[in-house]
Design a protein around this ligand. Structure first.
Ligand code: MF3
Ligand code: CO
Ligand code: CO
Length: 268
């Protein structure tokens, strides 16, 4: 109903869950190659989360109102799939791009993060889309500090993306996160500066832009979960969970294998 503000030990709980989610992606990385199926990746992730991390894969059986329970432990969205792709037995092939989205629950706290993977040799267009979407996410992240508004984040991501001829998906957004997978507020990846909720220290939410190479329109598929681009153009997504600190932001979903932030995020 309202935005939860995390303090002290709660933030430590979010830090641990966030790092673990990112470490699942580190663990999967060497396995993402031609010939492996997304179902195999799902099994690897599931067993790692449950047995090594003693954590819970949040997607498994997750059933928001109006949805059938999600049947797997991670989401794998390939090529023109925008999000919520369900792992299956089809092998990945050279040149595919795949988003792997991991959410773990540890000691009651959620960490949610996703990365793009290029299978084998990617096309120039695929590499450009994945790199640009990564930058779009970070353009949003570096805005985060007390006093700015959610509309500032959305506006930044939208203008950066559209200025380069790509489009931002509107139907799905980032979200508050904590003891619940999806909390308030919604974090739109488009919008107008100075609008929507003002950020305050202790808020935790995700930034997870979905960027299409073609038009922004999407459609649902028959499985009740997988979302695809209407024009079948390639789509990419990256996701981090972030904390609003007194002076700015802390990314909670970093680990040893995280891709480095872009220069604009590290060099004033
Ligand atoms: N991890 C997704 C997100 O970023 C949500 C997936 S819901 C699921 O919000 F049920 F498909 F896992
Ligand atoms: Co999310
Ligand atoms: Co996610």
């Amino acid at each position: 109903m309202t935005i939860t503000i995390k303090t002290g030990a709660e933030i430590d709980g979010m830090r641990l869950a966030g790092r673990l989610a990112s470490e699942v992606l580190d663990y999967l990385t060497p396995h993402v190659k031609p010939g492996v199926s997304t179902e195999q990746l799902d099994k690897l992730a599931h067993d790692y989360i449950v047995n090594e991390q003693q954590a819970i894969p949040a997607p498994l059986n997750y059933a928001p109102p109006g949805y059938t329970p999600y049947p797997k432990s991670i989401c794998t969205s390939i090529n023109h799939q925008v999000c919520h792709g369900i792992p299956n037995d089809r092998p990945l092939k050279n040149g595919d791009i795949v988003n792997i989205d991991v959410t773990v629950i540890k000691n009651g706290w959620h960490g949610d993060t996703s990365r793009m993977f290029i299978v084998g040799e990617g096309s120039i267009a695929a590499k450009r889309l994945c790199a640009l979407t990564y930058e779009a996410m970070w353009k949003g992240i570096v805005k985060v500090k007390p006093g700015i508004r959610l509309g500032d984040i959305g506006h930044t991501i939208q203008t950066f993306t559209e200025n380069q001829g790509f489009s931002v998906v509107r139907e799905f957004c980032g979200h508050g996160i904590g003891q619940k997978f999806h909390e308030e507020p919604q974090v739109l990846h488009y919008g107008r500066p100075g609008t929507l909720e003002e950020l305050v220290p202790g808020m935790t939410f995700t930034i997870e832009p979905m960027v299409n190479a073609g038009r922004r329109e999407i459609k649902e598929t028959g499985d009740g979960w997988t979302i695809v681009t209407k024009d079948r153009s390639l789509s990419a997504q990256w996701e981090h969970t972030v904390l609003v600190t007194e002076t700015g932001y802390e990314v909670l979903t970093l680990s040893a294998g995280s891709p480095p932030p872009p220069d604009f995020a590290t060099k004033g």
